[in-house]
Ligand binder design. Structure first.
Ligand code: FAD
Ligand code: NAP
Length: 312
């Protein structure tokens, strides 16, 4: 039986693996379907991790040293897709893999992260990371004193449009309806911001550019087509939290979730099920940053160490 199973090898999973192995656990497996590193490896630049040696390096380069450090202390990477985590009568956990295998662990830390939803317009994938972004905190600074667009009408889109207005020279807020899901007070604040221009109802027909990146967007507005010459668009059309592995055969989640189906945890990253922990983007109220995901992973591992120690 594994002492600890970590599901997901992004910043949260790797950090959990480092703290668990250095904390003395011998039999720790990190189940990661791809190369360790997580979603940040898809980012062209990261510059906000404290103490970073090369601010502005690619997310791939930034993460490239994390796995070696974990492996050095004995973390095992099993390249596999986990399909379900469930609990046995003796309180151990079954980790079901897509090849039919089942591994059993005393404790589990779920670090499967989230996936920003894609809006689906033409050119979105082509320019993702080269003008199309899903993270204003991360990439907003690259558009300092330039014009940018934001897509979406939820709280994230409106709040991030306000955030970007402090950096960019102008922000175009594109939303497909005249009504907003975002809190009215937030919408009002954005409408009173002279640097934000609302373009509603509007959809993006196409994003265009060249090898250097995005040059603009063709919009379908209620009157006509509009050519918006912006080097950046931030899309905030919702997030998919990767929570499917927590669903049981009866369709219910193994642990308590919040209204947005993020895992509810306490300050020790404990879920409502003893022995099951969650860290990073998947947990409730996550700031969705590398630094906070890594911190969560460390906290979860320390809690798991204490849980396993007290099992006997
Ligand atoms: P993730 O990084 O999402 O890692 C989850 C891992 O779990 C993935 O590797 C995935 O393959 C694996 N996984 C998922 N499901 C399964 C399964 N069923 N079986 C096996 N493996 C599974 N943050 C910053 O702080 N600074 C930035 O500059 C920054 N820029 C960003 C730019 C972009 C384009 C994006 C998309 C995000 C950016 N972020 C940035 C956010 C940051 O990447 C995330 O907050 C962080 O990666 C979350 O870490 P995590 O470990 O919780 O999850
Ligand atoms: P969200 O509330 O799901 O909003 C997504 C927005 O994107 C909606 O306006 C939606 O339009 C639009 N959209 C969806 N698919 C699209 C597509 N393909 N093309 C164009 N537009 C598309 O997502 P979110 O803003 O990320 O928020 C997620 C949750 O977190 C929400 O519950 C939110 O309230 C919460 N949140 C709260 C706060 C806060 O309390 N301060 C801050 C941030 C987030 P329609 O409206 O037309 O469907």
């Amino acid at each position: 039986m594994l002492d600890l199973a970590i599901i997901g090898g992004g910043p949260a999973g790797l950090s959990a693996g480092l703290y668990a192995t250095r904390g003395g656990l011998k039999n720790v497996v990190m189940f990661e379907m791809g190369e360790p590193g997580g979603q940040i490896t898809s980012s062209s630049e990261i510059e906000n991790y404290p103490g970073q040696k090369n601010p502005g390096e690619s997310g791939f380069d930034f993460m490239s040293t994390w796995w070696g450090q974990c492996s050095h202390f004995g973390l095992i990477h099993k390249r596999a897709v986990v399909t379900q985590v469930s609990q046995n009568a003796d309180k151990s956990f079954n980790i079901k893999l897509d090849n039919g295998e089942i591994e059993v662990a005393k404790a589990v830390i779920v670090c499967t992260g989230s996936t920003p939803r894609r809006a689906g317009f033409e050119g979105e994938d082509k320019f993702f990371g080269r003008g199309v972004s899903t993270c204003a905190t991360c990439d907003g600074f690259f558009y300092r004193n330039k014009e940018v667009a934001v897509l979406g009408g939820g709280d994230t889109a409106i709040e991030e449009a306000i955030y970007l207005s402090n950096i960019a020279s102008k922000v175009y807020l594109i939303h497909r309806r005249d009504e907003f899901r975002a809190a009215p007070v937030t919408v009002e604040k954005a409408k009173n911001n002279e640097k934000i221009e609302f373009i509603t109802p509007a959809t993006i027909k196409e994003a265009y550019g060249d090898n250097a990146g995005l040059n603009g967007l063709i919009l379908n507005t209620k009157d006509d087509e509009r050519d918006l010459k912006v080097p950046g668009i931030f899309t905030f059309v919702g997030l998919n939290v990767n929570n499917a592995i927590l669903k049981q055969d009866d369709g219910k989640f193994i642990c308590e979730m919040d209204a947005n189906e993020n895992v509810k945890v306490d300050l020790k990253m404990k879920t409502s099920v003893p022995g099951l922990f969650a860290a990073g983007d998947i947990r409730t109220e996550a700031p969705k940053q590398v630094v906070s995901a890594a911190a969560d992973g460390a906290v979860a591992a320390l809690s798991a160490l204490s849980y396993i120690e007290n099992l006997h």
